[in-house]
Design a protein around this ligand. Sequence first.
Ligand SMILES: N[C@@H](CCC(=O)N[C@@H](CS)C(=O)NCC(=O)O)C(=O)O
Length: 212
Amino acid sequence: MELYNYFRSSASYRVRIALSLKKLPYDYKVVHLVNNGGEQNSTSYSSLNPMKQVPTLVDNNFSITQSLVILEYLDEAYPEIKLFPYNLQDRIRVKEFCEIINSGIQPLQNLKTTQMLDSIFNASSSQKNQWMQEWLSHGFRALESFMSKHSKTYTFGNSISAADCFLLPQIFAAKRFNFNTDNYPNVTRVYNSLSAVKEVQLAHPEKQPDFK
Ligand SMILES: N[C@@H](CCC(=O)N[C@@H](CS)C(=O)NCC(=O)O)C(=O)O
């Protein structure tokens, strides 16, 4: 298996956590999001990922983009350690949580989005910071509300799930943007539980070969 990714990319980090929890080995393929105008924009890479984003997983020549779909693929192809609950309603809840991050928070902080705040609107750094803080507050309030109902040791009950693969990288990204996550008690508690799990630690950006 090959994972095209970048150490700091939160969407890549989701897949690294999933692969690590499932104990699946893979070749780490670096797509540097900044060097050479962003390697994600190269012709060769964009033929793998038409959105010009990481991650992309290739398993036996089967190439998949979109981290949520990659996690669903891994769960069906390698079901020994499950990331989505068997029970339908539980499974849908976990996907609902993933989607809050996947479509409601992360795209608003993504590189191409913030670059356009510059190139189209000529936004100052304090305006860009305000953009980040507003969207992160909006999103984290939703995460906290979900978790106040469903979290125990982990985001959804007492078993690690895909929801945790999404939560931890989103917290990592929020901290990079100096967003204070301490005001969200359930988020903070689960962050601490997840940070103690060895497989999760191995997926951390600082443990990756392209970390700088
Ligand atoms: N929905 C996509 C999001 C992927 C995404 O936004 N990746 C970011 C890094 S976290 C990226 O490659 N950004 C490059 C760019 O914006 O040029 C997924 O979950 O895979």
